[in-house]
Design a protein around this ligand. Structure first.
Ligand SMILES: *Cc1c(COP(=O)(O)O)cnc(C)c1O
Length: 400
């Protein structure tokens, strides 16, 4: 795969073909589509006829335009967009697994994905073993005769551990498994499909849309897998119905075109803050710091101009101190006490009691998630020196 044809350049290389010569694609404003002949309709039900649409839960021109951009960015043959990141994740896992199958998953994943694998899928006879994916040997040991899927995140939530995707993909190859990677924290920074991942998922809600005004998701994969998701007979996208609205797809597609400059800036700001917090003696974790165990692993698979990402964590020591710090920062105008990530303003939340609350206290302890951990999604502030000084003043007052 030619790296120049994927990633940020791919977003700019694309030209759409709007019938009115608009610079943005037209929005398809129909839930259903007419056919010239009854034969065309029945042909379209069997497979996709070029240029023909059936019904917008299956596909629509606008959703397909967004999907095409995302497939180009990730370097996969095709993509399928969803009404949320969880809609994408659940469709993929249920498409790949049947009763009796097993998943081997990273233990540090998004709380919703964890809840799905740990609590929901066992009801359908699909069990998951959770292991440390930074340890390929542990992953290898967890693979059994019924394992079908390896599941992980490029940069894990909220601990920011980095998966060596190539090493995991070799295990997938050896055991004939499907490697599914959630790349939500690191769009453009890593293209997991170039490292051997078979299926790449994003919550578009985060960096890719970037304006915290929409919920959406995507699955980037082969033509064959995307077609299977959309099958009217047994496709999880088609049958679960977590379809993205075309009006939303259009706004996300426009926002996505500025992702390259936004990612570079999120990363530049986060690296600056992380370095200054660490120098001031605070317990900060960021993949761009020498002290981070995943730095070299990220650098072995990244596109350097997009940096080390926009997420960092600070251990405030206790949930009381974490809460006081977040409230003080919000008061000071340094961002919002809110979950989610990838916004122009900095967002912060205490992971243990919010986005990772699906994970029990003892399991949180096992994976190294402390109750005082604050996750920051660093924003796009143009004056990062001033921002950092004000943030440090807030933290100093907390006497962590
Ligand atoms: C937010 C998030 C999801 C879920 O996405 P939604 O769009 O909220 O459904 C999945 N994985 C990661 C890593 C996330 O941050």
């Amino acid at each position: 795969m030619n790296p120049k044809t994927i990633g940020g350049s791919a977003l700019f290389a694309q030209s759409h073909t709007d019938p009115h010569m608009g610079v943005n694609p037209s929005i398809s404003d129909s839930s259903t589509y007419s056919f010239k002949s009854a034969q065309h309709m029945s042909d379209t039900f069997i497979g996709e006829t070029e240029g023909m649409y059936l019904y917008s839960r299956h596909s629509s021109p606008t959703n397909n335009a967004l999907a095409a951009s995302l497939a180009a960015m990730e370097g996969t043959q095709d993509a399928c967009v969803f009404g949320s990141g969880m809609g994408a994740i659940s469709a993929v896992l249920f498409q790949l697994c049947s009763a009796g199958d097993e998943v081997v998953s990273s233990q540090t994943i998004y709380g919703g994905s964890y809840g799905l694998l740990k609590n929901f899928m066992p009801k359908f006879g699909i069990e998951t073993r959770f292991v440390d994916f930074t340890n390929a040997e542990a992953v290898s040991q967890a693979i059994g005769p019924n394992t079908k899927v390896l599941y992980c995140e490029t940069m894990s939530n909220p601990l920011l551990e980095i998966t060596h995707i190539k090493a995991i993909s070799e295990l997938a190859e050896k055991h004939q498994l499907t490697l599914v990677v959630d790349n939500t924290f690191s769009p453009l920074i890593v293209a997991p499909a170039t490292q051997g991942a078979h299926i790449v998922i994003h919550s578009l809600t985060k960096f890719i849309n970037g304006t915290s005004d929409a919920i959406a998701g995507v699955v980037c994969a082969s033509n064959e897998f995307c077609a299977s998701l959309k099958s009217v007979m047994d496709g999880a996208a088609m049958l679960f119905g977590s379809t993205l609205d075309a009006q939303r797809a259009a706004t996300i597609l426009k926002n996505m075109k500025t992702l390259p400059i936004r990612m570079a800036k999120h990363s530049e700001n986060a690296l600056y803050i992380a370095k200054h917090l660490e120098a001031a003696g605070y317990r900060v974790s960021y993949p761009g710091l020498e002290s981070h165990p995943g730095k070299k692993i990220l650098e072995a698979q990244w596109v350097p101009e997009y940096g080390y990402g926009g997420l960092l964590t600070l251990d405030a020591g206790s949930s009381e101190k974490a809460n006081a710090l977040m409230e003080a920062m919000q008061e000071e105008g340094l961002g919002y006490l809110a979950v989610s990530l990838g916004f122009y303003k900095t967002l912060f939340s205490a992971s243990a009691s919010s986005t990772s609350s699906e994970i029990s206290e003892s399991e949180q302890k096992n994976m190294g998630l402390s109750s005082g951990l604050v996750r920051f999604s660093i924003g796009l502030d143009p004056n990062i020196v001033d921002y950092t000084n004000r943030m440090l003043r807030c933290i100093d007052q907390m006497k962590l």
